[in-house]
Design a protein around this ligand. Structure first.
Ligand SMILES: [Zn+2]
Length: 544
């Protein structure tokens, strides 16, 4: 008996993900989770979608996300899948929810982005953690990096020192375990603790382990203390010493420093010319969003929020805190220099005393308060009280031209550095950067349609085949017969990111259908509630 096709997509304009082939008109047949045919399909499917006037592309692959924990809180991956992201790479920037053990668990929980005690961490190994996603399903596919911070915390806790020989051996053992369980590589976050306590040699040793399994090395580069180029140089050095492909997360100079951006691109180009496989990602926004607390040295976090409020209110102790911040690396870089203070703006406040500072820079606020910028920051936090961890700032540290320069590199791909969030339920109060809801639509709307920095084919390539290949995923990222059926259908003229810094939780427009593993997850712009996503484990070369 002839069984009909599951889905037929009729009459769309196909942009196939290769980046080299021009768009063409074709129908697509999807059957049993795979693309069964591309060309003329004249039979009907169980579902037939009329794509006349729409663009049809492979599902987007987001090479850089921090959905590690929030995706378990809301498995529908709302803000991500509605952009068209069918596969998200988690475990970026050294951060993950595994491995974890009972002795050091309290430290790991502090390192997990968006950790919320309502969802207890019950797993231990990386394999157990990945299995959590499969227990109740997820709306999009995920693949994960093994994260340096998580591994380091599991072995050493949250300490500010180099690893001993034995500790390094233990870390390598844990990394072997992650890689055997399907990690696609190793990620580090060397700009902040605990990763920043590692020297280059520690990372090289670990990267060698990931390399044996055919993994990549992905890094949030060292350099928050201002030495951005040293971070680029170090990543290249690690790549060479460990013979491993290097991926640099959100590669861009700070504060519109075009000379540094140009120099970084030059260094990557030179390394590539010498045979090292280096790529990078960057999102299509000019500002980052952080909690204000991120600009304080780690020693501050030894106090809980009520203790900190007391210390700040007490003049003598406040003086000590100011000195502590002043003499820390992070404080010196962020909170004592006009060019940085003038680019950090308060936007998310709840304390009534602070509402009047919304939209002002740290420099302006200090001037209004007539105290030093460091004291002013401490006072802002004290006035927020319990909510101090949520006091959000926007850092306008990139320039449009620098972003364009990075986006025009063939080795750049789009990575949101975002999180799968939702404007309802447990994630409703999680206010983040607009990139969590808008990255992919913004690339199409701004970089392709309005600013014409990229062709549509190039932009889609940077969001599909290129990141899929980087993550070692061989059967996604292309519209081609036999590939897994992850597909996006969008209205090119109408596609638009709606999320802003002020209102970050708005879904985009114009993304009509999103199909994951042959099942419709977004239908006419609405989530269907289906959870067809898979955990993609790296098909690694077995180590010798
Ligand atoms: Zn990141």
């Amino acid at each position: 008996m002839r069984v009909s096709l599951d889905i037929v997509i009729q009459g769309g304009i196909i942009v196939d993900g290769t980046g080299s082939k021009s768009k063409f008109r074709a129908d697509i047949a999807i059957d049993q989770g795979r693309i069964a045919r591309v060309g003329l399909v004249d039979e009907d499917g169980d579902v037939t979608l009329d794509a006349n006037g729409f663009v049809v592309t492979p599902g987007f692959v987001d090479i850089h996300t921090h959905s590690d924990f929030p995706l378990l809180q809301n498995r529908k991956a709302e803000s991500s899948v509605r952009q068209g992201v069918t596969t998200a790479i988690i475990g970026a920037c050294g951060r993950s929810c595994a491995p974890v053990n009972d002795e050091t668990k309290e430290f790991l929980l502090k390192d997990i982005i968006g950790y919320d005690a309502r969802l207890p961490v019950t797993w231990h190994s990386f394999a157990d953690y990945l299995a959590e996603f499969e227990k109740a399903g997820i709306a999009q596919n995920i693949a994960s990096l093994a994260a340096h911070n998580a591994i380091r915390i599991a072995v050493m806790g949250y300490v500010e020192r180099r690893a001993s020989r034995n500790e390094l051996e233990e870390m390598k053992e844990l990394l072997h375990d992650c890689m055997r369980s399907g990690a696609i590589g190793l990620s580090t976050g060397l700009a902040y603790p605990p990763g920043s306590n590692a020297d280059t040699a520690e990372v090289i040793e670990l990267a060698k382990v990931a390399s044996k399994y055919g993994g990549i090395y992905s890094s949030h580069l060292r350099g928050t203390d201002g030495d951005f180029l040293a971070g680029v140089k170090e990543a290249i050095e690690i790549g060479r010493a460990a013979s491993i492909p290097v991926h640099m997360g959100h590669l861009c100079g700070f504060f519109g420093n075009s000379i540094e951006t140009q120099r970084a691109l030059q260094m990557v180009t030179e390394a590539r010319a010498k045979g090292l496989d280096v790529t990078c990602d960057l999102y299509p926004y000019l500002a980052g969003a952080n909690p204000l607390m991120a600009f304080l040295p780690p020693s501050i976090f030894n106090h809980d929020s009520s203790e900190l409020v007391q210390l700040i209110r007490n003049p003598a102790e406040r003086k000590e805190l100011v000195a502590e911040v002043e003499h820390s690396e992070t404080g010196t870089f962020w909170l004592t220099r006009l060019e940085t203070l003038d680019h950090i703006k308060i936007f998310d406040v709840v304390g009534s005393l602070n509402v009047r500072y919304k939209g002002k820079t740290l420099w302006e606020i200090a001037a209004l308060k007539r105290i030093s910028p460091i004291e002013s920051v401490l006072e802002l936090l004290a006035d927020e009280g319990e909510a101090m961890y949520n006091l959000g700032v926007i850092c306008e540290w990139m320039s449009e031209n620098d972003n364009y320069a990075v986006f025009s590199q063939a080795y750049h791909m789009v990575g949101s550095d975002g999180i799968a969030l939702a404007p309802y339920g447990e994630l409703a109060s999680f206010k983040f950067h607009p990139r969590a809801y808008g990255t992919c639509p913004r690339v199409i709307a701004k970089y392709v349609r309005s600013d014409r920095v990229l062709s549509l084919e190039q932009a889609i390539h940077k969001m599909t085949l290129m990141p899929a290949q980087r993550a070692g995923i061989i059967d996604r990222g292309l519209i081609r017969e036999g590939m897994r059926a992850d597909v996006v259908i969008f209205d090119y003229e109408r596609v638009l990111d709606k999320s802003t810094y002020e209102e970050p939780s708005l879904y985009p427009e114009g993304i009509e259908y999103v199909i994951v593993n042959g099942q419709i997850v977004v239908e006419r712009g609405k989530h269907t509630g289906r959870l067809p996503g898979s955990v993609l484990r790296h098909q690694s070369k077995k180590p010798m």
